[in-house]
Design a protein around this ligand. Structure first.
Ligand SMILES: O=C(O)c1cccc(C(=O)CC[C@H]2O[C@@H](n3cnc4c(=O)[nH]cnc43)[C@H](O)[C@@H]2O)c1
Length: 225
C-alpha cells in the first residue's frame, strides 16, 4: 500500500488563481516565498476565471490548480472570518428557469454544473487548519455570476444545494479549465460576509484576507513541500 505522503507529494507546481490583487497579495504573504507556487489573477466572474486559468495552464507545467479568495458564507455553515474548503464546486446558476423552478444543465443533459475536487487534499487541509486554531469547514461552494443579495435567493440556494457553505464568483471557471486538462482542483474561500441581503458596509474584508493568509501559510505543509 502507498504511504499517504506519496499521494500528496505529486504536486511540485501549483497554480493558484485569485480574482483580485488584494487576494493575491494575501496568498503570497501566506506562502512566504515557498517555491513551486504561482499566483495569477483570474478577474471577477467565472468566464474571466476560466479564460485566464486556461491561458495560465497552457504552459503545461502545473500539477494542481487552486481557486482561492474571499467569499460569502451561508448562515449556520460558515461564519465571517472562517475558512471554507470546497467539497464540490457548483455553478449554481448554470441552467434554465422553468415554471416548476430552476433546472440545472445536469438535468437538461448538457454537461455538468458540478466539478469534483481532489479526493484527499480538502481533508488534509482541514486537519491542519483545525490544529492551528483556524476555524474551517468542508462543504459545497457555489459559483455565481451575480452575487446573492436577497433573502429569497439565499433560501433558494440553500434549498437546492443541501449543506451549501459558501459562494463566490470564480471557482467553477477555474475548475472547468483544470478539468479540461485532467488536473486536480480545490477551492479555498475565506469568509468576508454573510450570504443574504446585501450589506456591503458589514463585509469584513481585512479579517478574511488575514484568514486567507493564515490558510496559505499552511499549504506547503499540506502538500509536503
Ligand atoms: O472592496 C474591497 O476593498 C475589496 C477588496 C478585495 C476584494 C474585494 C472583492 O469584492 C472581491 C470580489 C470577490 O469576492 C468574492 N465574494 C466575496 N463575497 C461574495 C459573496 O457574498 N458572493 C459572491 N462572491 C463573493 C467573489 O469571488 C468576488 O470575485 C473587495
Amino acid at each position: 500500500m502507498r504511504e499517504e505522503t506519496s499521494i500528496d507529494s505529486r504536486y511540485p507546481q501549483v497554480l493558484i488563481m485569485t480574482a483580485v490583487q488584494g487576494e493575491k497579495d494575501a496568498v503570497l504573504r501566506g506562502l512566504g516565498g515557498a517555491t513551486g507556487f504561482d499566483v495569477c489573477l483570474a478577474g471577477v466572474g467565472p468566464a474571466s476565471a476560466a479564460a485566464r486559468t486556461a491561458a495560465a495552464l497552457a504552459c503545461g507545467k502545473y500539477d494542481l490548480v487552486i481557486s482561492a479568495g474571499i467569499g460569502g458564507g451561508f448562515r449556520e455553515r460558515a461564519d465571517v472570518g472562517s475558512l471554507v474548503i470546497a467539497s464540490e464546486i457548483i455553478a449554481a446558476d448554470l441552467g434554465v428557469e422553468t415554471a416548476e423552478g430552476f433546472a440545472s444543465v445536469d438535468e437538461l443533459g448538457f454537461g455538468s454544473a458540478r466539478v469534483t475536487v481532489h479526493p484527499h487534499l480538502p481533508h488534509k487541509m482541514l486537519q491542519l487548519l483545525e490544529s492551528s486554531g483556524i476555524p474551517a469547514c468542508i462543504g459545497p461552494v457555489v459559483t455565481l455570476s451575480t452575487a446573492t443579495g436577497t433573502a429569497s435567493t439565499t433560501t433558494e440556494l440553500a434549498r437546492r444545494i443541501p449543506g451549501v457553505a459558501a459562494e463566490a464568483m470564480e471557482g467553477y471557471g477555474v475548475a472547468i479549465a483544470a478539468q479540461q486538462l485532467e488536473l486536480p482542483v480545490i477551492e479555498i474561500r475565506a469568509i468576508s460576509n454573510v450570504v443574504g441581503p446585501r450589506q456591503r458596509d458589514l463585509w469584513k474584508i481585512d479579517d478574511a484576507m488575514k484568514t486567507l493568509e493564515r490558510a496559505f501559510a499552511k499549504l506547503p505543509e499540506v502538500l509536503h513541500k
